[in-house]
Ligand binder design. Structure first.
Ligand SMILES: Cc1cc2nc3c(=O)[nH]c(=O)nc-3n(C[C@H](O)[C@H](O)[C@H](O)COP(=O)(O)OP(=O)(O)OC[C@H]3O[C@@H](n4cnc5c(N)ncnc54)[C@H](O)[C@@H]3O)c2cc1C
Length: 433
């Protein structure tokens, strides 16, 4: 299964058109090859140039660099993790390790944004975890509870306070975590790609279709072969398709929509709030943003979709669900139209833990971020190189403190299990989230 994303992502479409890519042709030799040019692969490539300045580094991507999930997500760089893994009594060390990694990712990205002048609507405005119905109020309390217990920064907000800040009275209760950052993800990842040191060669539209392992690894694509001494897999949702961590990771397809900018009158009608980002307090519920340029982003569909990519017809159905959910939150915006709807592939594991480490002597992997890969991919992409070079640090300790992903059954048991879990989490088509 190769990546084949749609061309309708709002973030990517609002960026300047790019020049023709460099593609793999003929035989290329590398010291390090990386499969995947998203946040993970780009971070790994950058770190390789720091730790091994003379190494020949080649990054291969099936599509344009950064235009897979990395350029088409909701743009939250999380501080307090959305996943509860590690919040139970006795597991706190795991959660705190994840939290330090999140904060380190924010700092690392902020430094790069400043150093390279990346124009990506970087906004450190925090994020909200909200419940819109009585059934999920306990989830908000659980988040506040573990923030309190673990000493994390947070603030509890009631409906009145949320209405004033968000311009909608849809949510009953929420927790605000102040250190999260919102970005235009397409612009961020493009800036990271364009600012890579010249010593990194990125070959785009060059899908890896076959791999020969050995002391020299050969990566085959339609028009050429990369021979490399070391390999890093950074293909996230496509890791299982590449034969990597098949029993531990699985892809899921998410869909999102972005409206046009609100008019001045529409902004007034909702009380002229500043930009914000809301995550549902319950696992895998809706993600909503009011952006700096006054658009509303809605991502409330997440599906186990074995074909991975979506057709225009598939997207049309999801757009209806997104629009309904926007109208439910903002009844005053009855004329507000959606401008873009798109899908993207993420990678999940049964215990919400990512995959990180050595697969064999010269093969490494980082991926499976369970929907939090902007920061997660950036920090772990860099640390997988430290790991390969035995370059110890407290952050690397934090990564290895986290358990590995749990086991996932083969199909068709996987299909049944995934459907059951998604239904329990109230995710998928036809549900108003
Ligand atoms: C709609 C949506 C909303 C999301 N919201 C958020 C959010 O708000 N915050 C957050 O942190 N995360 C979010 N995520 C998840 C986040 O986007 C991912 O976790 C992150 O992009 C992972 O980065 P990556 O570099 O590991 O993988 P990717 O960005 O998926 O990059 C992997 C690359 O590998 C390439 N590839 C795959 N197979 C091959 C092959 N055979 N040969 C060559 N190249 C190959 C792909 O083309 C791709 O470019 C969201 C994702 C989606 C889809």
């Amino acid at each position: 299964m190769l990546p084949a994303d749609d061309t309708t992502c709002g973030w990517i479409n609002s960026l300047p058109a790019r020049r023709e890519p460099k593609r793999l042709k003929g035989d290329v030799t590398a010291d390090w090859a990386i499969v995947g040019a998203g946040f993970t692969g780009l971070a790994a490539a950058r770190r390789l140039t720091e730790l091994s300045p003379d190494a020949r580094v080649v990054v291969l991507d099936a599509q344009r660099a950064g235009e897979s999930a990395s350029g088409r997500n909701s743009g939250f760089i999380v501080d307090v993790s959305t996943s509860r893994a590690g919040t139970r009594e006795g597991e706190e060390a795991i959660y705190l390790a994840k939290h330090r990694l999140n904060l380190a990712a924010i700092s690392a990205l902020e430094r790069l944004v400043q150093e390279h002048g990346i124009d990506c609507q970087w906004r450190q405005i925090g994020k909200y975890h909200c419940a819109a119905d009585e059934a999920n109020l306990g989830e908000v309390e659980a988040i506040a509870g573990f923030c309190r217990r673990l000493g994390l920064e947070y603030q509890e907000l009631d409906r009145a306070a949320l209405t004033q800040r968000l311009g909608t009275d849809y949510y009953l209760k929420g927790v605000f975590t102040p250190r999260a950052v919102m970005v235009q993800p397409g612009a961020l990842v493009r800036g990271l790609f364009e600012s890579l040191p010249d010593s990194v060669t990125v070959l785009e539209e060059s899908p890896v279709t076959g791999i020969e392992y050995g002391p020299t690894i050969r990566l085959h694509s339609a028009d050429g072969v990369v021979s490399t001494r070391n390999l890093i897999f950074a293909a996230n949702g496509f890791l299982p398709s590449l034969g990597v961590q098949r029993r531990r990771l699985m892809p899921m397809t998410l869909t999102a929509s972005l409206t046009r900018s609100l008019t001045q009158a529409e902004r007034q009608a909702i009380g002229e709030p500043s930009d914000w980002g809301v995550l549902a307090a319950h696992g895998m519920g809706a993600t909503v943003r009011y952006t700096e340029d006054h658009r509303i982003l809605m991502r409330n569909t997440a599906e186990y979709w074995p074909r991975l990519s979506m057709t225009a017809e598939d997207l049309k159905k999801r757009r209806v669900i997104h629009l309904d959910a926007i109208r439910a939150r903002f009844p005053a915006l009855e004329k507000l139209a959606i401008e873009y709807t798109w899908s993207g592939v993420v990678c999940v594991s049964s215990n919400l833990m990512p995959s990180f480490g050595r697969l064999s002597d010269n093969v490494y992997v980082s991926g499976g971020y369970n929907g939090s890969g902007v920061g997660g991919g950036t920090i772990r992409g860099s640390l997988i190189v430290d790991y390969a070079f035995d370059h110890d640090s407290e952050l690397l300790e934090d990564v290895v403190t986290c358990p590995r992903p749990g086991w996932i059954p083969p199909r068709p048991f996987l299909d049944l299990g995934a459907l059951w879990r998604l239904r329990r989490a109230s995710v998928g088509l036809g549900r108003d989230l």
